[in-house]
Design a protein around this ligand. Sequence first.
Ligand code: C5P
Length: 206
Amino acid sequence: MIIAIDGPAASGKGTLAKRIAVHYGFRHLDSGLLYRGVGMAVILSGGALHDKSAAIAAAQAYDPGRFPEDDLKSDEVAKAASIVAAIPEVRTALIALQRSFAQSKPGAVIDGRDIGTVIAPEAEVKIYVTATAEERAGRRVRELQGRGGLVDAAAVLADIKARDERDMNRAVAPLKPAPDAVLLDTTYLGIDAAVRAAIDIVEAVR
Ligand code: C5P
């Protein structure tokens, strides 16, 4: 079984995907880490993010074990990821790995932007997770504050809106719900309620 979970930045899709995978004993892939890994490789090589050849080379040589996940979680890397993710050859280079992961037994939960539309249009379950940009920025601000330090809330909101804009308006694999995706708005849902709602969606097709 394949469960595709797509949605914008900080919508809660990653946490949801992890919890659903644990619930069903399925494997989980956070596909954002692939684009973050490519963005990070370009940053480290000193190349400009708009230098397509550096990003394409990094995607073609993609090594899932190269960077610890924690190193890929910064907003700087997120921004780099969304820039390199708009390059068609970068996306193409990362398709095979994701499609082969989707075949994991007994099932796979993959979260991202184009899982239900491009990577696994055959997925039995497609959930499109949303929340307002203000709520998503608020979550990110609280997360950053929880790690200590001063946070510029207006800048966080502006970054989230800029990333939405890039992800939704790119020519290849833009972020949008698959026609058969179930929408799950988490603006007013805590994580436990969102997980229950997602499990109800899965159970409806199982
Ligand atoms: O989900 P996450 O915030 O880690 O994704 C980082 C960036 O990677 C996104 O803003 C998006 O541009 C890109 N991405 C994508 N397709 C995916 C997953 C992530 O284009 N399936």
